[in-house]
Design a protein around this ligand. Sequence first.
Ligand code: SAH
Length: 339
Amino acid sequence: MKNIKDYSMEQLKEELKELGEKPFRAEQIFKWLYEETVQSFDEMTNLSLELREKLKKNYSICNFNILKKQESKDGTIKYLLDVLDGNAIETVLMRYHHGNSICVSSQIGCKMGCKFCASTGINFIRNLTCGEIVEQIIRVEQDVGQRVSNVVFMGIGEPLDNYDNVVGAIRLINHPKGLNIGARHISISTSGLVPKIYQLADENIQCTLSISLHATNNEKRSSMMPVNKTYPIEELLQACKDYIAKTNRRISFEYALAKDNNDNLEDAKQLVKRLKGMLCHVNLIPINKIENGQFDKSSNENIMRFRDYLNEHGIVATIRRELGSDIDAACGQLRRKNL
Ligand code: SAH
């Protein structure tokens, strides 16, 4: 059966018309799903019994089960969610002074094969649907009894490799009758699927685009991220420039610092050369070592020296706080599970 959370407002209105119902019912259903976060059609008490029966016959409501919940000493919570098909994914809630941020997964597994990331390597299973992406947020909000104010697509998977569902999910997250989270509070991170960056530029969504860059030349980047062999740095950065020109939005570049690999001042110098003049920001991530991983974290001293070099040379750079690393909830540490 089709998951009712997979429909946009417009699609649901069409569905209801086909069921012989008034389109405004879609708005009532959205309110139940995304404001009241009910888990069954029976709870939608302002709908007639007849309509509730029709809905039950035609749609399911996907409600993920929380299989495991781990809390870090910094307050970060990692959830293992049962996606109801024998697989499980991880979702992370981060608590900041300015509100709650959630890091959602977009796929069960990942095809990209980045050498430093735990989400890959294990087989790719499938894309998550829009409803399943949104469900991660609903489940977590319900569990903690608080609203989430920021959403980052930085969990398991490559969001732009599941383009339609991720864009559909963003529209649901953003919709005033959906989760009503402003697009400016939504970030998508990509390993660099160039054609999809161009496609995203045309969507007219005001979300933030983050690019996982991690290296400044093709040899090094390809050794860390196989995707670079298909879309080399020059093409990626050209797509970023075109994205900025089209959307007028600042891009965030992620750069994970690995000891003796990409963390010396020569790398910083090359990075400045590559990014000079672009409307951008660099987010430095102390790399998290993964099981059997070949990369070690840079020293704090190197990380700060790298940041200072960028800032002194006209590139705004900050160091990402390492939240949840004690429970394997930090960048690159999430993985899918079999049940
Ligand atoms: N597939 C997307 C989404 C993952 S986002 C992407 O590649 O952008 C998670 C961010 O954490 C990305 O920038 C990713 O490159 C980075 N990351 C992955 N493994 C990491 C690790 N071990 N340490 C630090 N950052 C890592």
